[in-house]
Design a binder for this molecule. Structure first.
Ligand code: HEM
Length: 319
């Protein structure tokens, strides 16, 4: 009788925290860089333990994503996840979702900024010049889980068992990628001056929820410009059931430099679900009627990664 090794997922379902770092890296050319990166990735679990033990109440977690273009170079023996491809540029009539490079994503979360910082320090020491930083953004929790547009962000996230059902690939979905997840990031900057010139009622009609007490507004008819929450609501084409993704958006910015942003991050068992949300936001549904959040928010990046199981990551050091 054959015994199967249980597959352990990464901490995709880690709780929302006060601080997070979104570190996107590219891998340098050459076999030495690949060897160093594989070894560092296999050590992420140990590094996480080094840091999280310093304060076990701080909910430290790091999830690692691997980009489509580096996959075959970095993981030559491991089948490509069925849906993995680079982030597609999406051009609507008015707004464009740009596609930007990135080989590795480290989504580092903790209640304390110092723990995230310490992990980044130890990680970058290990990686050395085998990588280049594409983008490093530090996010913070803003009052009662609000984004910088002032709205509570994350309400419709799945909870309990629905988290795993929404984010983790099963044996039946794609047996070689079981326990993994797709993750998409977009770094948005807001034109807060223009956003603040809108009335609260207008802002609420763009988001689809009330600002103060976060109550859902009624959906719009098909021929009207729909609110964000309606455009981002995707149904299973066969069963009609709502298909959720797990978001852990974080505000970031620097008021002195006029920078105000939302770092969007969405995990999903099915990549097409996030891509359909983006299509509906940028192209519109019906086409031409885009998400008006985009009239005040511009994505500077857009990158897709695959989050392999922890079991796959741990095995990369066996070279
Ligand atoms: C809902 C903000 C981008 C997917 C929401 C809500 C807010 C919000 C305030 C309502 C509360 C909630 O359920 O969380 C933002 C901001 C964004 C952004 C400020 C960037 C500027 C995106 C993107 C996607 C997305 C790029 C997907 C590709 C969703 C989903 C919901 C949602 C799935 C829940 C919809 C439902 O109620 O079923 N967002 N969002 N968001 N957003 Fe976003």
């Amino acid at each position: 009788m054959s015994r199967r090794t249980p597959i352990e997922s990464q901490r995709v379902d880690a709780p929302l925290t006060q601080s997070a770092t979104f570190l996107v890296l590219s891998v340098a050319d050459g076999p030495d860089a690949v060897r160093t990166v594989r070894s560092a990735l296999s050590s992420v679990d140990d590094l996480s333990k080094n840091v999280s033990i310093r304060d076990l109440d701080a909910s430290f977690a790091c999830t690692v994503g691997i980009g489509s273009e580096v996959w075959d170079r970095l993981l030559p023996g491991i089948s490509r996840p069925a849906e993995l491809h680079p982030f597609p540029k999406i051009e609507g009539k008015v707004h464009t979702a740009v596609s930007t490079p990135g080989d590795l994503l480290f989504h580092v979360r903790a209640q304390r900024r110092d723990l995230c910082f310490e992990f980044e320090r130890q990680l970058t020491d290990l990686l050395g010049d085998s990588v280049k930083v594409v983008d490093s953004t530090v996010g913070f929790r803003y009052f009662d889980v609000r984004d910088l547009l002032g709205f509570v962000d994350g309400t419709a996230n799945p909870v309990g068992q629905a988290v795993n059902d929404s984010v983790l690939i099963t044996e039946a979905d794609d047996s070689n990628s079981a326990g993994g997840s797709y993750v998409v990031i977009q770094k948005y900057v807001h034109d807060l001056k223009r956003w603040k010139s809108l009335s609260t009622e207008k802002q609420e009609s763009i988001i689809g929820r009330t600002k103060f007490d976060n109550v859902e507004l009624d959906d719009q008819d098909d021929d009207k410009q729909k609110p964000h929450k309606q455009l981002a609501n995707i149904e299973d084409p066969h069963t009609g059931a709502e298909l959720s993704i797990l978001r852990d958006n974080m505000p970031f910015g620097n008021p002195g430099q006029g920078e105000f942003g939302t770092y969007f991050i969405g995990y999903s068992r099915k990549l097409w679900v996030i891509e359909q949300m983006l299509e509906r936001m940028f192209v519109g549904n019906p086409p031409g009627l885009h998400d008006r959040i985009l009239d005040y928010s511009t994505p500077l990046t857009g990158t897709t990664f695959f989050v392999p199981s922890a079991t796959v990551l741990a095995g990369l050091g066996d070279d």
